[in-house]
Design a protein around this ligand. Structure first.
Ligand code: UTP
Length: 290
């Protein structure tokens, strides 16, 4: 398999779990400490040597593309004010990766969002990174998958162990561990009841896929709420062509879940030496009041 150069990042969802914050601001632009959610996702892609980012957007999400473009007016203000560090920071974001975008005109689910980018991946294997799923690890999360995909010449999905009481929130795989943390996928079930779950290995928002996924997506029947589920196409792709899963190392936060969103903010703020002690003192105070 050739090196993965493109990533599809779907960011066209309504973000209803995050309302009212997301009434006019995309969920992917909410800040985690001092950067929007989506910047962490794109930084992970860049660290994994992916050059081309394809955003699947909607009519209200232009601000996401703008974030990765130059803002010449702001830059000249910063230059004149001598705020050179900030200038460097905002310019750097525009130079991270090439940006392309495609509209998802109706929000028909993650599978449909991936289908919208079909023409832009041009028959190459590609990565998918869910735009509100944050991963932090030494080796970038998506790189962990790319390395296995290239070695095995197969599609690869990212999984993480979740507690048994949370299996019903995820797609869960049934697989055979072929080397530490690497599984051959036999089957997968979407949001199983705890007693029906074949494992507690949950599919998280990182994938390396081959273009034949689109033929499988074409055949997926819309499920709950008319949504075209990516998991349905992955299931038939795994059966027909074979698929691996990698138990991803690192921390993960779902930015669409308030408790994880807030935890991610604290996690990042605590990494900043300038903030760390004051923040810890505040947190201790809050805990005492509980
Ligand atoms: P989610 O299901 O977490 O996002 O999709 P959502 O639908 O925006 O949020 P809730 O559940 O209503 O709060 C994961 C990612 O896939 C994108 C979202 O923007 C998010 O980044 N997505 C989802 C699409 O691009 N299109 C869709 O039709 C659905």
């Amino acid at each position: 398999m050739q090196e993965i150069r493109k990533v599809i990042i779907p960011v066209a969802g309504w973000g209803t779990r995050s309302l009212p914050a997301t009434k006019n601001i995309p969920k992917e632009m909410l800040p985690i400490y001092n950067k929007p959610v989506i910047q962490y996702v794109v930084e992970e892609a860049q660290r994994a040597h992916i050059q081309d980012v394809i955003f699947v957007t909607n009519r209200d999400k232009n601000v996401i593309e703008d974030h990765f473009d130059y803002n010449l007016q702001l830059e000249s203000v910063l230059e004149r004010a001598g705020k050179l560090e900030k200038l460097e920071e905002v310019r750097k974001v525009a130079e991270m990766v090439n940006i392309m975008s495609v509209r998802q005109k109706k929000q028909l689910g993650l599978g449909h969002a991936v289908m919208c980018a079909r023409e832009l991946v041009r028959g190459e294997p590609f990565a998918v990174m869910v735009g509100d799923d944050l991963m932090f690890s030494g080796v970038p999360g998506i790189r962990q998958l790319i390395d296995v995909a290239m070695a095995e010449k197969m599609p690869v999905i990212g999984v993480m162990e979740v507690p048994w009481e949370k299996v019903s929130r995820y797609g869960i795989i049934q697989g055979e561990e072929v080397s530490p943390g690497v599984y051959r996928v036999h089957d997968m079930v979407e949001k199983p009841a705890r007693e029906n779950a074949p494992s507690r290995l949950a599919i998280v928002g990182r994938y390396v896929l081959t273009p034949d996924i689109f033929d499988h997506l074409d055949k997926v029947q819309p499920g709950h709420g008319g949504e075209i589920q990516l998991t349905d196409a992955l299931k038939t792709l795994a059966q027909e062509r074979g698929m691996m899963a990698v138990r991803m190392a690192g921390m993960r936060f779902d930015a669409g879940d308030w408790s994880e969103f807030l935890s991610a903010n604290i996690y990042f703020a605590l990494q900043d030496e300038d903030l760390r002690y004051e923040l810890l003192a505040q947190l201790r105070k809050f805990v005492q009041f509980q």
